[in-house]
Write a protein that binds this ligand. Structure first.
Ligand SMILES: Cc1cc2nc3c(=O)[nH]c(=O)nc-3n(C[C@H](O)[C@H](O)[C@H](O)COP(=O)(O)O)c2cc1C
Length: 164
């Protein structure tokens, strides 16, 4: 794929690690979004990664205004691939636009103020929810106990796309 850089937004580091893994595997330059906005020319074709917040990919809209985003990765709590369609819908992306959702992690100690509060509320709501799917059970366990799922095995799909 004709992508010139990897651009990302990360709050607690999981998305940054996926961006670094992709950079290592592809030899593409990698930038946090703030740095990319200063350093990369407008219209640069990029792969964009952002953490999932309330169903949206953080920073995607800002990135898409400046760069030619060719594919999006959303890093969240769900199983890798499980939220592709939800992300596509949240950002009104067409059916053929490449979207990859990757399982990241959760560490309450790395969250500050409002975000920590939001996660506590979400955990409480999910724990009270009846008829959870197995995927929701795994998400709840991750919310309750924390965990780190970042690993190269989650990047097969996006790497195949990058190398196509
Ligand atoms: C306020 C808040 C909202 C979140 N909303 C979602 C969500 O809608 N879906 C999801 O899968 N993960 C959600 N998460 C979890 C993060 O996306 C996940 O912890 C991710 O790995 C964080 O990546 P980062 O370390 O790059 O910031 C949320 C986290 C926070 C703090």
């Amino acid at each position: 794929m004709n992508v010139k850089a990897i651009v990302y937004t990360s709050n607690t580091g999981y998305t940054a690690r996926y961006a670094a893994l992709l950079a290592e595997k592809t030899a593409l330059p990698v930038y946090a979004l703030d740095a990319a906005l200063k350093q990369l020319p407008a219209g640069t074709p990029v792969l964009y990664l952002g953490w999932l917040m309330a169903g949206s990919v953080k920073g995607y809209r800002k990135a898409a205004k400046r760069f030619a985003v060719k594919a999006v990765c959303g890093v969240g709590l769900g199983d890798t691939g499980a939220q592709d369609e939800a992300v596509r819908k949240a950002h009104a992306l067409s059916a053929d636009f490449p979207v990859f959702t990757l399982q990241g992690g959760m560490d309450l100690n790395k969250l500050s103020g409002l975000y920590k509060f939001a996660i506590k509320m979400l955990t409480r709501a999910m724990a009270a929810q009846k008829n959870r799917t197995p995927g929701e059970d795994r998400m709840l366990a991750l919310l309750q106990a924390g965990g780190d799922y970042v690993g190269p095995e989650h990047l097969t799909g996006v790497l195949a796309w990058l190398q196509a």
